[in-house]
Ligand binder design. Structure first.
Ligand SMILES: Nc1nc2c(ncn2[C@@H]2O[C@H](COP(=O)(O)OP(=O)(O)O)[C@@H](O)[C@H]2O)c(=O)[nH]1
Ligand SMILES: [Mg+2]
Length: 686
């Protein structure tokens, strides 16, 4: 197995809106580099990247995929990512372990919202970038219109390195503005620039040269003196400009026709940085951000960026080595969890296949099966020199559904299956809602949870149905009330007797339940009072309106009577519960609902729509503040109104909005809505 030096590796992520062609471009790159012998197609489910049955079925990527290939002695680890926003965790993880990115833009659809989003992520992560304008063979493809969009949305540092020759049915190849040659067809043939394109090529080359000249004083001086750059000077200057992020070259081609891909590979190899050129962000003492230098000779530091349940090897851990190396069948230190981890066989990952290797060196990406301690985000290192690499940051789940197992067998396996899933996907979380008894699965959207449910069935054999979660309504009383209940039975032999008088009083919202005894003169013997309390507490679990738990209430037992022979604890428990139910009915009961504090962040232009929509959801808007180019709207809104807000907001803002919500307090449900809820509960019970 050949080990690559740090400077002979490229880790790069493919990013774009869903459908721009990331998976097709990565397939074409693998094919062109000779890593695969057949060019697969997304529509046939035959690509190296989209191998998961869920991906084949939907014809979209759901997971990141590691796709290594070699080009001129350099190992290129492509990381294909999903474009669909529900799977952004995969994008975040891939970005974290890459030095460079290819932003794929469709020549017909232009820059779509998903591409703006991932552009912002790559900006945040400071990735060196290339833009690939794909699908030049498509009917409405327009390179220059797309370029205008690219420059207006991503800035004028996006400068063409190539121009297309022809378009649509007649797309033939590209003009390279550095070499000033044409590269036609697939397999590629070098030719002169067509005469019709010569003027355009010269003028675009001039812009490129000017941008490169600005990268360093020596070049600038030469440029200002009107001297020509050599090809080497240009190429070195461009590399410097791309690595530092000052220039983002725009390339063009067609993944489906495999045109422009050789030049794309060459650009990846020539212009994108190697792991040697990126400092490693680590977490120092007292959580301070620090950096360390990439090095092959230093002790091991590797970051785990993904964990998956592989159908053949089981739990599969994806890691990127930053310093040193890692060996098969060794021991490493997990600095995040402070424990020793046993490493078995190491693999190079290539889509769904794993190729065993004995060692992986700094800069490279690999996998290992069946780690016991380690999870996504952890750092593996040497115990003598522990380090913690900054892990990927994942968004918090915002969309929840209740999970109902289909059969008794499914129920038994549910807990284990859900924890496997959330281990695999950091944006999936589950919890049991004590108030409703439901198991709640939370993620980033409807498709995300749907895919999780499918995965649970396919990989773990657990069938579930997903439903909108129940709202944990509660009940309380609004006035004080006195109630009496006598439990008395005479059924031959020993009778039953318990008699209780209670006073119920409302407490402020959010109070702890209170119980007191004011019984005097032993009308109820002291040893029966706990039984009364137990009866009351059990009865509080189900109110009289709609069987929701009763809260914010003080119960005082103040009188009663007993029978020396027939009374027992159970009799007083029954009497306590009975008196409480009666008291609740007399206390003008109401229904309470959870109110959430919601914080919605949207671009300025959507503010009106979002506030209008919040108003239809019974929200009280409390503030609006501009923040980092967006508007932040703060409001209080009933939980019942925002159970599917993730989807509503996505539709309203084309995915540009985000929000989070947390519980604030309980409030009375307006009576016309309460009536509906009560009626629904009654029909459900019937
Ligand atoms: N005409 C044409 N179609 C393409 C090209 N690249 C991708 N496609 C199609 O566009 C769709 C989405 O491609 P895919 O690679 O899955 O995009 P991704 O979501 O960015 O990974 C598929 O139907 C592809 O066949 C291209 O260069 N030309
Ligand atoms: Mg894809």
């Amino acid at each position: 197995m050949q080990q690559y030096g740090l400077e002979n590796i490229r880790n790069l992520v493919l990013l774009s809106h869903c459908g721009a062609g990331k998976t097709s471009v990565s397939e074409a790159i693998l094919f062109t580099a000779g890593a695969i012998t057949r060019l697969g197609k997304v529509n046939d489910g035959t690509t190296t990247s989209d191998y998961d049955p869920g991906e084949v079925k939907r014809k979209i990527s759901l997971n990141l995929a590691i796709l290594p290939c070699q080009w001129e002695g350099t190992k290129i680890n492509l990381i294909d990512t999903p474009g669909y926003a529900d799977f952004v965790a995969e994008v975040k993880a891939a970005i974290r372990v890459s030095e460079g990115a290819i932003i794929v833009v469709c020549a017909a659809s232009g820059v779509e919202v998903g591409s703006e989003q991932v552009w912002a992520y790559s900006e945040e992560a400071n990735l060196s970038r290339l833009i690939f304008v794909n699908k030049m063979d498509r009917e409405n493809a327009d390179f220059y219109k797309t370029l205008e969009q690219v420059q207006s949305k991503f800035g004028t540092r996006c400068i063409p390195l190539q121009l297309p020759i022809g378009a649509h049915d007649d797309f033939q190849g590209i003009v390279d503005l550095l070499t000033m040659k044409s590269y036609i067809g697939s397999p590629i043939k070098e030719a002169e620039i067509p005469s019709s394109l010569q003027d355009q090529a010269s003028s675009f080359r001039e812009k490129l040269v000017e941008a490169v000249a600005e990268i360093d004083d020596r070049l600038l001086e030469k440029y200002l003196n009107g001297e020509e750059f050599s090809l080497e000077e240009l190429s070195d200057g461009l590399r410097q400009a791309v690595v530092s992020g000052k220039v983002v070259p725009v390339l063009v081609g067609s993944a489906i026709q495999n045109i422009g891909i050789t030049s794309l590979l060459a650009a990846i190899h020539s212009y994108l940085p190697s792991p040697k050129e990126q400092e490693i962000a680590v977490i120092g003492d007292s959580d301070k951000r620090e950096t360390i230098e990439p090095s092959q000779d230093a002790p091991l530091a590797a970051l785990v960026f993904k964990t998956s349940a592989d159908p053949y090897v089981g739990k599969l851990t994806y890691f990127r080595v930053y310093t040193g190396g890692i060996d098969s069948n060794s021991q490493v230190w997990n600095a995040t969890r402070s424990g020793v981890e046993r490493i078995g066989q190491l693999f190079i990952l290539k889509g769904k296949t794993q190729e065993p290797v004995s060692q992986l060196g700094a800069g490279d990406i690999g996998g290992v099966a069946k780690l016991s301690l380690t999870n996504t985000g952890d750092t593996l290192c040497s115990q003598a020199q522990p380090v913690k690499i900054v892990p990927p940051l994942f968004p918090e789940p915002t969309f929840s559904e209740a999970v109902y197992p289909k059969t008794k067998a499914d129920l038994d396996k549910l807990g284990a299956a859900l924890s496997r899933l959330s281990e695999e996907d950091p944006t999936l979380q589950m919890h049991r809602e004590a108030d409703t008894g439901e198991t709640i699965l939370s993620g980033l959207g409807e498709t995300h949870l749907e895919v999780a449910a499918e995965k649970m069935l396919r990989k773990l054999g657990v069938g579930v149905e997903l439903k909108t979660p129940q709202v944990p309504y509660k009940e309380t009383v609004t006035t004080s009330a006195n109630a009496e209940y006598k439990h008395k039975k005479q059924t031959g032999g020993h009778g039953q007797y318990g008699h209780v008088l209670l006073e119920l009083a409302p407490l402020p919202r959010g109070s702890a339940p209170e119980f007191a005894s004011k019984v005097v003169g032993g009308s109820i013997p002291r040893n029966y009072i706990p039984a009364v309390e137990k009866g009351v507490n059990e009865a509080l679990h189900e109110g009289v309106l709609a069987r929701y738990p009763v809260v914010d209430i003080k119960t005082t037992v103040y009188d009663g009577s007993y029978h020396p022979v027939d009374s027992s604890e159970i009799c007083f428990k029954i009497a306590g519960a009975g008196a409480l139910k009666k008291g609740l009915s007399q206390g003008q009961p109401i229904l309470l609902e959870p109110i959430m504090n919601i914080r919605v962040e949207v671009p300025e232009s959507y503010t009106g729509d979002v506030i209008g929509d919040l108003n239809t959801k019974r929200a009280r808007v409390q503030g609006m503040n501009p923040e980092a180019g967006n508007n932040v709207i703060e409001a209080q809104v009933p939980l019942a109104e925002i159970l599917r807000y993730t989807i509503d907001l996505k539709t309203m803002t084309q995915g540009r909005g985000s929000y989070n919500a947390e519980f604030s307090h309980y409030e009375e449900v307006p009576s016309h809505i309460a009536q509906k809820i009560i009626a629904e509960r009654q029909t459900k019970k019937a």
